[in-house]
Design a protein around this ligand. Structure first.
Ligand code: AHR
Length: 326
């Protein structure tokens, strides 16, 4: 947390009937101190290393850009995010940004924001509403592409090798854009070869604890697992614990492909425990502040801004580890 944010928290975190809602400066009625832009940001939660890095990026960028940030942590519950957005509307913030826990069910509250003339920015995750007038822009990754990259790696890895490849999949939060898209992108690529079989697929809710728990169940139910595809690194890291406790070697007995590219996963890769990682960049803060200023000023912004990301082999991850920011 920034010094200024910490000071604001010490001075008394503003509680507005939400699970966790704090403000880096600003007053509880949303008045703009010294004409500063007030941004209400409804975060998903703190479910993963990726999310923690994303929150830090947004908080630091707000401080740097002189934006008053009203921050809410929804603890992975859509109802908490809806409450947070309603509270931001009541406080008459200048701009609302949020990373939707799930894709559907946003029209009502976003219409309320629209009626209050408060522009909305989707960050990190998309919604499935047909009414695209409900938000100004969407800044974030292409999750379908990430799933495809994971599938491409697998296809290459097993090219020319005979026999079936039994895959277990740890899905992200049910109904979330990254879970839906990473699953479909991956499925699209592997469907071209019948030797790839997804023998079990279940949600691990993007958390380490759930990833471990579900992997333990997979290991009990599936006699032959060749590959684990995890929709994020935290679930992969939890699954690694389960695999090791079962007496198997992650990365060797069960090959692992994951998504995110967080430091802990790179460490696991340097130890040979994860075989391939698809990057999902959480450092969206600076772009978000720039966009918030533009939409507040009525300037034109692109409807869709995609994050630039790569992929990592164990060798590349090991080399990147010393300077990895998250
Ligand atoms: O929406 C991005 C995803 O959400 C990240 O892959 C995951 O780690 C997070 O919880």
């Amino acid at each position: 947390m920034s010094k200024r944010a910490a000071a604001a928290v010490l001075a008394g975190v503003m509680i507005v009937g939400l699970s966790a809602c704090s403000s880096t400066g600003g007053s509880s009625d949303g008045k703009k101190p010294g004409g500063k832009l007030v941004l209400g940001f409804a975060q998903v939660g703190a479910e993963s290393g990726w999310r923690t890095a994303n929150t830090k990026s947004v908080q630091e960028a707000a401080k740097k850009a002189g934006v008053t940030l009203k921050f809410s942590d929804a603890q992975q519950k859509q109802e908490n995010q809806i409450k947070a957005i309603r509270s931001f509307i009541q406080q008459k913030v200048d701009v609302i940004a949020f990373s939707p826990v799930v894709e559907s069910g946003w029209d009502t509250v976003l219409k309320e924001a629209k009626n209050a003339h408060i522009p909305v920015i989707l960050t990190d995750r998309a919604i499935d509403s047909e009414d695209t007038s409900l938000y100004a822009t969407f800044l974030g990754s292409d999750f379908v592409e990430e799933g495809k990259k994971a599938g491409d790696w697998l296809v290459k890895e097993y090219q020319g090798k005979p026999g079936e490849v039994n895959i277990v999949q740890l899905e992200g939060t049910t109904g979330s854009a990254p879970a839906n898209d990473r699953k479909s992108g991956f499925a699209d690529v592997i469907k071209g070869d019948p030797k790839f079989k997804v023998v079990a697929s279940q949600t691990g809710d993007f958390t380490r604890a759930k990833g471990k728990e579900v992997m333990q169940a997979f290991l009990k139910a599936q006699p032959e697992i060749d590959v684990l595809y995890a929709h994020n690194d935290d679930m992969a890291l939890g699954a690694i614990q389960a695999i090791e406790e079962s007496g198997k070697k992650p990365g060797t007995d069960i090959r692992i492909v994951s998504v995110d590219g967080v430091k802990d996963a790179f460490t696991a890769m340097s130890q040979g425990k994860i075989n391939f990682d698809v990057e999902c960049n959480p450092l969206l803060g600076d772009q978000l502040m720039e966009l918030a200023k533009k939409v507040k000023n009525g300037e034109a912004v692109e409807r869709r801004i995609k994050t630039v990301e790569g992929t990592f082999t164990p060798e590349q991850a090991t080399a990147a580890l010393p300077t990895r920011q998250y």
